[in-house]
Design a protein around this ligand. Structure first.
Ligand SMILES: O=C1NC[C@H](CO)[C@@H](O)[C@@H]1O
Ligand SMILES: [Ca+2]
Length: 440
C-alpha cells in the first residue's frame, strides 16, 4: 500500500488501542476506583504491596498514558483523585524499587503532562519516605522500607533493586532543586559497578552492608535487567558520560561471555560471574526488553536478532510464557503475566530505525492480547499459555496501564503529543522527556 494508506491503517489501529484503554479505565472506575489493581475476571480488586491499604497504583500508572492518548477527561479525573486521596503516610512496608519506578515515576510523568505542582509534591514526599533506605555503609539501599516509620529491612538484594532510580530521582532533583535524590541514586549505581567481577560481570544478589556478593549468577534477566538499562538511560536523559562508560563496560562483558547463537537465533546464557561458565539456558520473559537496549547502545544487529528470537516464541505460543529454555525450545513457566517487554523492545527499536517490522511485532502483540487476555472487566494475566483454550488467571498488573498500551499507541498513532525524535521513557514506561503539552 502507499505510505498514506499504510499510515491510515496504523492510525486506525491506534484508535483501537485508545478505545481499549478507555474501556479498561471505565471498568476500573466502576469496580476498583482508587484501588491498586483490578481483577478483570471477577470484577473485584487486589492491593499490590500493603495488604488492606491501597495507593491507587493502577490509576497513577495510567495517567501519562491517558494524557498521551488524548483521554483528557479521564486524565483529569485521575489527577483529582491523586490530589484529594493519595496519601503515602502508611504504616506498611514496600519495595523501594517497585514504589520508585511505579509511583514516584507515575506521579512525575503525570506532573510533566499537566504541570500540577501537587503531583510533584506528592512524588517528592514519596521519595523522602524511600530515601532512608539508602543510609548504608555502601550507599546501596535496603530492599524494603516502612513508609511511615522509615524502618528498612532486607540487606540482601539485587543490582536492579539497588540501581534503578537515577532517571526518576535525577528528574526529581532537577524539578525541586534538591540534589539529595540524584546523589543517593547515583552513589548506589557506582557502588554496584565498582564491585563487578574481573570479567566485568555482576551477579543477582549482594549484601548492601558488607558489599559481599551472595550469588554467582550473571544474567540479563530479573534482578539485573534494569541495572544495565539505567546506565544507558542516565546517559540518554542527562548526558551522564560516566554512566555511559559503565554501560559500555558491562555490555562488552555480556556480549563476550553470555552471547549464544543457536540455529541462527541469538540468546543470552546465565553464566558464573567470575568464570563465565554457563549456569542456565532458561530465559526470563523479562529479558526480552534487552534487544531494545542493545539497539540504543549501538549493538543494533544483536538487538534486532534477540528481539526476533522472542518474536518467534510469541508466534509459537500466541503470547509469551514467563520462562523459556532455548536449549530445549520449551517453556519453563507456562503462565503469562501480561508483561510489556517485547512491545517495549519493538517500540524502542522502531524509534531508532523506523523499520515496519517493529510496528508489526507491536501489532501482533496487541492483537494477541485482545484475543487471549481480554476479560469481562479489563485485561488479565493467564494461568497457562499452552492449554487449549488458554486459561486465564484474574489479575491486571499495574505496569499494564503504564507500558504496553502506551507503547502500542505511540507505535501506531504518530501523535503530536509526543516528540518522537527527542524523548525518554523509564523502565516502567513513564515519559520523563518528550511530552508536548501545547499540542492538540
Ligand atoms: O522493569 C520492570 N519490570 C517488571 C515489570 C514489567 O514486566 C515492570 O514493573 C517494569 O517494566
Ligand atoms: Ca522495564
Amino acid at each position: 500500500p502507499s505510505h498514506a494508506q499504510d499510515d491510515t491503517r496504523w492510525h486506525a489501529l491506534a484508535q483501537d488501542v485508545k478505545a481499549q484503554m478507555a474501556w479498561s479505565w471505565d471498568c476500573y472506575c466502576d469496580h476498583a476506583w482508587g484501588k491498586d489493581e483490578i481483577k478483570p475476571v471477577s470484577g473485584t480488586f487486589s492491593s499490590f504491596q500493603l495488604k488492606t491499604h491501597h495507593l491507587g497504583l493502577s490509576l497513577i500508572e495510567a495517567l501519562d498514558t491517558l494524557w498521551v492518548m488524548g483521554l483528557d477527561s479521564r486524565f483529569k479525573d485521575g489527577v483529582s483523585w491523586v490530589k484529594t486521596h493519595f496519601d503515602a503516610d502508611v504504616d506498611g512496608e514496600v519495595s523501594v524499587f517497585e514504589t520508585s519506578i511505579r509511583l514516584v515515576g507515575g506521579l512525575l510523568s503525570a506532573h510533566l503532562a499537566c504541570g500540577d505542582a501537587v503531583l510533584l509534591a506528592k512524588a517528592r514526599d514519596l521519595a523522602d519516605r524511600l530515601l532512608p533506605a539508602f543510609a548504608t555503609p555502601t550507599g546501596m539501599p535496603y530492599r524494603f522500607i516502612n513508609l511511615r516509620t522509615g524502618a528498612p529491612r532486607e540487606a540482601v538484594t539485587s543490582p536492579a533493586d539497588i540501581a534503578t532510580y537515577l532517571p526518576e530521582w535525577g528528574t526529581l532533583s532537577r524539578l525541586t532543586g534538591d540534589p539529595r535524590y540524584a546523589a543517593a541514586a547515583r552513589k548506589a549505581v557506582i557502588a554496584v559497578f565498582e564491585r563487578r567481577s574481573p570479567l566485568d560481570l555482576v551477579a543477582t544478589k549482594i549484601d548492601v552492608i558488607s558489599g559481599a556478593w551472595r550469588s554467582r549468577t550473571a544474567t540479563i534477566g530479573s534482578y539485573c535487567d534494569s541495572f544495565f538499562e539505567y546506565l544507558w538511560d542516565s546517559w540518554q536523559l542527562f548526558g551522564d558520560a560516566e554512566c555511559k562508560r559503565m554501560y559500555d563496560v558491562c555490555t562488552a562483558a555480556i556480549l563476550k561471555h553470555q552471547q549464544v547463537w543457536k540455529d541462527r537465533q541469538l540468546w543470552f546464557a546465565d553464566v558464573d560471574f567470575e568464570t563465565g561458565a554457563v549456569i542456565s539456558t532458561e530465559q526470563d520473559e523479562l529479558a526480552s526488553f534487552y534487544g531494545g537496549l542493545l539497539g540504543q547502545g549501538g549493538a543494533l544487529r544483536q538487538g534486532a536478532a534477540y528481539t526476533e528470537s522472542w518474536a518467534k516464541v510469541q508466534a509459537r505460543y500466541g503470547v509469551l510464557p514467563e520462562g523459556y529454555d532455548y536449549a530445549t525450545s520449551r517453556p519453563t513457566q507456562v503462565t503469562n503475566a501480561l508483561r510489556p517487554e517485547l512491545a517495549d523492545a519493538a517500540f524502542t527499536l522502531w524509534l531508532i530505525d523506523r523499520s515496519p517490522r517493529w510496528r508489526e511485532i507491536g501489532r501482533l502483540h496487541f492483537e494477541a492480547m485482545k484475543r487471549w487476555n481480554k476479560a469481562p472487566y479489563g485485561y488479565t494475566d493467564l494461568a497457562d499459555v499452552t492449554a487449549t483454550p488458554k486459561r486465564q488467571a484474574d489479575h491486571c498488573p499495574g505496569y499494564w496501564w503504564s507500558e504496553q498500551m502506551k507503547y502500542y499507541y505511540l507505535l501506531f498513532a504518530d501523535t503530536p503529543r509526543f516528540d518522537y525524535s527527542d524523548n525518554y521513557l523509564s523502565t516502567e514506561g513513564n515519559i520523563l522527556k518528550g511530552l508536548r503539552r501545547n499540542q492538540a
